[in-house]
Design a protein around this ligand. Structure first.
Ligand SMILES: Cc1cc2nc3c(=O)[nH]c(=O)nc-3n(C[C@H](O)[C@H](O)[C@H](O)COP(=O)(O)O)c2cc1C
Length: 328
């Protein structure tokens, strides 16, 4: 019988409670965003991508902030990016010391700043280094290693498909997350679920699906249609932890205003704990629109409140601006 999203499974020997996963999200997927996904039922969470060089050279913020793992959030996979196998091994050792369960390597990021160093999606063109990086991460950490990659650099290019095959056959990876869009598409256009389903059939490791999973219904349909081992919730989970609950429980739920605001307050308090009030005040600005979007107020009201929140001088003012919403 075909697996369901709530079936347990193992990835690299790590037992996972279900097949609903928080995707890696740069600048977002810190310990409290991962803990939030976990609180709402996700079986695994990936971190935002972390520079292997910054870890290797002991960059303080990277080591303390990006490698921070909350005791209640596990299981967690820390995603690394880089292009040098020795540096990757050393960074992976730090990741293991920080308490991660798995390591993922980014081979799909299309951003020029990353690709021009030979990391991210540039590795699709350099399979020898890609495999050496995965082997090095396993050697350095002793942890199971996965890779997240795209199907190619641009339409017509199948280098990602070929790399997926080579990685899976090399024995260096316990699983692959595949985002079946080309790097040149960035995050737009339709993911190629047909190609993805073929890869699920062909590859000898679990294959996790990323791309276009914006609603619980859509994610469930894509899971069933492709035979993916699990689904990676990315943009669909921004300010929407309820998507994890819906996928795990099978029941749709529209959160009340109180629940949305409680959740936003929880995020703000975690942000303060993580970065201190001043830095959190700047960092959290990107989170507000995601939660406002869900409130049952008019588009105009969302716009006006959103503007006030962006201009608020500190987080106490943010909380004061949100308070009247409860009375709406
Ligand atoms: C803001 C943002 C940050 C992202 N950061 C990462 C990252 O650090 N590592 C990674 O492998 N993918 C990253 N991605 C890609 C997502 O994990 C996912 O593959 C992509 O958004 C497609 O899924 P979706 O269409 O369901 O959003 C990012 C995507 C977005 C929108």
């Amino acid at each position: 019988m075909a697996p369901t999203l709530t079936d347990t499974w193992t990835l690299g020997g790590i037992q996972l409670a279900n097949r609903v996963v928080l995707a890696p999200l740069a600048g977002i997927g810190n310990w409290f965003v991962r803990l939030q996904a976990r609180r709402y039922g996700a079986g695994l969470a990936f971190s935002e991508m972390v520079s292997s060089f910054a870890l290797h050279y002991g960059n303080e913020r990277t080591c303390t902030e990006l490698l921070r793992i909350h005791p209640d959030e596990g299981p967690v996979s820390i995603q690394l990016f880089g292009h040098d196998p020795d540096v990757m091994a050393s960074a992976a050792e730090r990741v293991a010391q920080a308490g991660a369960d798995l390591i993922d390597i980014n081979m799909g990021c299309p951003v020029p700043k990353i690709c021009k160093t030979g990391a991210g999606a540039a590795l699709l063109n350099d399979p020898g280094t890609a495999i050496a990086l995965a082997e090095a991460a396993g050697r350095g950490s002793g942890l199971p290693v996965t890779v997240k990659l795209r199907t190619g650099m641009k339409p017509g290019d199948a280098k990602g498909v070929e790399l997926a095959r080579r990685l899976a056959e090399s024995g260096a990876v316990a699983g692959l997350s595949i985002h079946p869009r080309h790097a040149s598409q960035r995050h737009s256009g339709s993911p190629d679920y047909e190609l993805f389903a073929k890869l699920v059939d062909d590859l000898p490791v679990p294959v996790l699906l990323s791309g276009g999973l914006w609603s619980a219904g859509g994610a469930r349909r894509a899971f069933e249609r492709t035979g993916a081992a699990a689904v990676l919730i990315a943009r669909g989970g921004l300010g929407n932890p309820w998507i994890f609950k819906e996928l795990v429980s099978g029941e749709a739920e529209t959160p009340s205003t109180g629940e949305i605001l409680d959740e936003l307050h929880w995020v703000i308090d975690c942000g303060i704990q993580h970065l201190g009030a001043e830095r959190a005040g700047r960092y959290l600005r990107k989170f507000y629109p995601w939660y406002l979007e869900r409130l049952d107020i008019t588009r105009q009201e969302k716009k006006a409140l959103g503007k006030e929140l962006q201009l608020a001088p500190d987080l106490d003012s943010v909380k004061e601006l949100l308070a009247p919403q409860l009375a709406v």
